[in-house]
Design a protein around this ligand. Structure first.
Ligand SMILES: [Cu+2]
Length: 143
């Protein structure tokens, strides 16, 4: 019986580092909004404030029935607004904002309805400095 208890103890300790490892990266979000898709459109924008518990890059964003999703910056070049694809670099515990008029998400080839009042999950892939990958599904309200 005693040997059995030791075994349980050992197994718990052996597993613990892996269990805690799974919890090491957390993502908190606010103001998660996707603009509703107007009739005839296939492209829309998204906004979100993201705070991560460790320095990380967003390397991919995907969702069902959406061709592809990019993060963009937006700058004024004289009178012309220019958007450029970016790979957002998030700093630990610092809020990163995707907001109207600034960095934003762009959803292309949308093949589903996105009506105000609904919601949609986007799957974010984050890469830490040590190259470890985390995938998080994040819910957005459609507005
Ligand atoms: Cu854009």
């Amino acid at each position: 019986m005693k040997a059995y208890n030791y075994l349980i103890f050992f197994v718990l300790f052996a597993l613990f580092p892996y269990i805690s490892y799974g919890e090491e990266f957390s993502v908190t979000t606010e103001n998660n909004i996707i603009s509703e898709l107007r009739p005839g459109q296939k492209v829309t924008a998204g906004f979100i404030d993201i705070t991560v518990s460790k320095d990380a890059k967003i390397i991919k964003i995907e969702a069902e029935m959406i061709g592809f999703i990019e993060a963009h910056s937006m700058i004024m070049d004289g009178e012309i607004m220019k958007m450029r694809k970016i790979s957002p670099v998030l700093v630990k515990n610092k809020k990163y904002k995707f907001k109207p008029g600034g960095n934003h998400l762009m959803l292309f080839d949308v093949a589903r309805e996105l009506n105000a009042g609904g919601d949609i999950n986007l799957l974010f892939t984050f890469q830490l400095k040590n190259k470890k990958i985390f995938k998080k599904s994040i819910k957005f309200k459609i507005k």
